[in-house]
Design a protein around this ligand. Sequence first.
Ligand code: ADP
Length: 328
Amino acid sequence: MTSAPQRRRVTLFMISVLIPAVVLTGLAVQLYRQQQKLIEHDLARQGDRVHTAEQIHSVYRESNLRFAFYGCAVFLALSVTLFCRYVVWQDYRRETELADMRSQFVAHVSHELRTPLTSIQMFAETLALGRVQDPGKQREYLETIARESERLARLVDQVLAFSKIEQGRANYRLQSMALTPIVEAAARAVEPSLAQQGFTLRRVYCGCAPTVRADADALEQAILNLLTNAMKYSSDSRDIELQLRQSGSDVFIDVLDQGIGVPPQFREKIFEKFFRAPMSAGAAVPGVGLGLTLVAHVAAAHGGRVEVRTNQPKGSVFSLILPMEQKV
Ligand code: ADP
């Protein structure tokens, strides 16, 4: 849907190209007619001299050629103007889109910070006032406080990591290391939240013991983002699988879920900053659209990539693919 200011801009854009085109074409037609009249006048003046049909034809042809040349020059100038305006227009459109996304992002982050803070405050106050005597309930409230604090910390970490990337200050210290312990550390970190929400995490690790050049913290965070997403977008399903496998000179860390899946038209866009597929934003799943941007950045910094495909019978498979260190 285009808004009124956008429609006004498109109209102005069209006018700014069409008016010069019409004026220049009109002028060219007028000049052409005048030139033809001048030629006819000239020929009439020289009427006493003998003109062959060939001579008359050649005078007209020369004039037509000159006009065709001027016409081409005008057409070229208009095309260049049109092209430049189109490029400026595209830049402007991208800037506007980004500005919209940024303001949405600020709204999302504020909301995401507000929600856990409210429950932490509420449960902490209830406990502090001694209103809950049942030890089971007390434990439940404390667990909620811990879980919500974790969520807050994760969000703040994501925003900080993203701002480092934006400022070009993200640097990864790559060292040769075994990959399996990093994958396992991410699985362990997410396990309490998974267990709390009734998920089963199945690990399927190859016996290949791959070695990679990696920044352990960044890589663990990227795998954690994929596992957290699998949990967030699982809908009613409670099955998540974490696979580690080797294919050629690459090693694949696959996170498989049976959740809502990613429609094909969003499979590239979900890696863009701030982007959230409409159905996840609509379903009120918490998030700010940065997790996968960070995963893609970490993958690229490790010489790898991240891919998504459909899982069977439903859900998605996110693959973090890294080059294995070659043994010499
Ligand atoms: P966030 O989860 O905070 O929205 P992400 O960058 O992690 O941000 O993900 C971007 C979007 O990609 C999500 O909003 C969601 O639409 C989609 N997405 C990510 N992971 C999954 C998944 N496992 N299943 C379905 N959709 C997903």
